[in-house]
Design a protein around this ligand. Structure first.
Ligand SMILES: Cc1cc2nc3c(=O)[nH]c(=O)nc-3n(C[C@H](O)[C@H](O)[C@H](O)COP(=O)(O)OP(=O)(O)OC[C@H]3O[C@@H](n4cnc5c(N)ncnc54)[C@H](O)[C@@H]3O)c2cc1C
Length: 491
């Protein structure tokens, strides 16, 4: 047993696992709140991973598409690095045993998604890419004796000594508290979708790691940029909703209202395949007007069990057969472009504290993420961070120590009210009056509850950015006439 203090990684999604694999041979403790991969967004990923692999595709085009989706708010140098490294990331996952889909000639099948000018989406099991990637990463982690993976453990506080993060306080499922000294701490805790009333994310994507980093004094950026997916299956009274992949619209499905009118007609030149933010606002608007929104996928051809097994199973589980009847849909909080501010190496502004994956913001996604770029970021940035941490000499922090605690938070009923507040004020359509009122309500809670402080920070960032940009849409600063309004942000 090494006397070396372990690297502690909080979060066992794709970012946490990739970091752990690259950081070994140093000892690693991987703390996962969820068990068996349930509860992380990585396992739910459907569409795939973007990489310019086709003979007719170019890395420069992947870069251009990423910058266009991000409305130019991206860190262009990091975008170039990510897109250049993408083929190597696919090779690495294949070397770990990830079984991606191949065509009849034995070549990787490359799908096409909105915002991509070429077919460049590597996928597995049709629409079950995340589960396959996580299977391959998890198996490798299990085989590595230097990585101690512990499940059902929640990080609740960070230890600072002399201004440097050097430990974690964690609670297990029985409520037992443990303090773990660490050579460094990596937050790989995923996104914030579950902080909203409607989300495609799992319940664990509640921003708890982001709140921990903020409590430790780490800087945040771009908190206002939240991507809303236009088509989650609308199951009344349900918070975390099954995602209906946009590949279905690529395969011929159309959005309609209760009267059967095409929702995307005359809204955008690309119709049902308009950019996500445009479609999400249209679906939001139709629902606000009482027209409702459905996805009619009855015309989609081929064997659903092969092409869309995840969507088919989710719909059938709720008594809806997508081959025969339109699916009720709602927009849903899907991906957070903002987060703990980091450089490309995953360093936050607090020494000893690192962040990677969706909880981090290194600027790669800008104001709106290009589809299928986030698993790529999780894997590549995780590898890069892990390799760097393995090379760093162990710091010996001295001086006064202090715990930076994320409090227990709100009770369940108040959490539900807060989610609704955030959804109504900071959902796909925002304005100053509603944002201001929601901030006021949060202030009444925020003394005692980390969820309210986090919500307040998101609302404040959305209020401060008065103009629409990327996924952030302000109805009160829109200079366009009403007819053109829904297409703002098109790219
Ligand atoms: C339905 C869906 C479909 C998607 N499809 C795609 C796609 O096709 N392609 C793509 O590129 N991206 C896709 N995404 C986005 C992508 O899956 C995520 O951005 C990415 O997987 C994030 O990885 P991560 O490791 O950062 O976070 P996660 O995979 O969410 O892992 C975070 C982990 O941290 C744990 N955790 C959180 N807080 C704590 C705590 N305090 N203590 C201990 N553990 C904690 C969580 O339980 C979880 O296990 C999709 C997302 C969803 C929800």
């Amino acid at each position: 047993m090494s006397a070396q203090r372990p690297l502690v990684i909080v979060g066992g999604g794709a970012a946490g696992l990739a970091t752990a694999l690259a950081a070994a041979p140093m000892p690693v403790q991987l703390l996962c709140r969820s068990r068996g991969g349930h509860g992380d967004a990585s396992t739910l990923a459907q569409g795939g991973i973007a990489a310019a692999l086709d003979a007719h595709d170019r890395v420069a085009d992947h870069v251009a598409d990423t910058l266009a989706a991000g409305a130019g708010h991206n860190n262009a140098a990091i975008v170039r690095w990510l897109c250049t490294q993408a083929p190597a990331a696919i090779d690495w996952l294949v070397s770990l045993g990830a079984a991606f889909d191949h065509d009849a000639r034995g070549h990787l099948q490359l799908g096409r998604e909105g915002g991509h000018c070429a077919a460049r989406i590597v996928h597995a099991g049709g629409d079950a890419t995340g589960a396959e990637v996580m299977r391959a990463l998890s198996r490798k982690v299990m085989e590595d004796s230097r990585i101690h993976r512990r499940e059902g453990i929640e990080a609740q506080a960070l230890l600072l000594r002399g201004g440097r993060v050097c430990g974690v306080r964690a609670r297990d499922a029985s409520g037992a508290i443990e303090e773990i000294e660490a050579s460094a701490v990596v937050l790989a805790t995923g996104g914030i979708g579950a902080a909203f009333a409607c989300t495609s994310n799992p319940i664990g994507a509640d921003g708890s790691g982001l709140a921990l980093g903020m409590a430790a004094g780490a800087a945040v950026r771009d908190l206002e940029f939240v991507q809303f997916h236009p088509t989650a299956l609308d199951i009344p009274g349900t918070h975390c909703l099954p995602l209906i992949t946009e590949a279905l619209r690529g395969a011929g499905a159309s959005l309609i209202d209760a009267a059967g009118a095409m929702l995307m007609k005359n809204v955008h030149a690309s119709g049902d395949l308009a950019p996500r933010d445009v479609v999400a606002r249209r679906v939001w608007q139709a629902r606000q007007e009482g027209r409702g929104a459905w996805l009619d996928a009855c015309r989609v051809e081929g064997d659903w069990n092969l092409r869309f097994p995840t969507v088919l199973a989710a719909c059938l589980a709720h008594g809806i057969d997508p081959r025969r009847q339109p699916l009720p849909v709602t927009p849903a909080a899907h991906f957070h472009m903002g987060g703990l501010s980091t450089d490309l190496d995953g360093s936050t502004t607090v020494p000893g504290l690192h962040a990677v994956g969706e909880v981090a913001c290194n600027g790669v996604h800008g104001a709106n993420r290009l589809a299928s770029n986030s698993l790529l970021e999780a894997v590549l940035c995780g590898q890069r961070l892990g390799r760097r941490l393995a090379r760093l000499p162990q710091a010996q922090p001295k001086g006064a120590f202090a715990w930076r605690v994320r409090d227990d938070g709100l009770p369940e009923t108040a959490k539900a009210e807060l989610r609704r507040l955030l959804w109504d004020a900071a959902g796909p359509v925002r304005n100053d009056v509603v944002l201001g009122a929601a901030m006021q309500r949060c202030t009444e809670w925020s003394e005692h509850a980390w969820q309210a402080r986090l919500a307040h920070a998101i609302l404040a960032a959305a209020r401060q950015r008065c103009d629409s940009l990327g996924a952030h849409y302000r109805s009160d600063s829109d200079p366009l006439p009403a007819t053109a309004r829904m297409a703002v942000g098109a790219h």
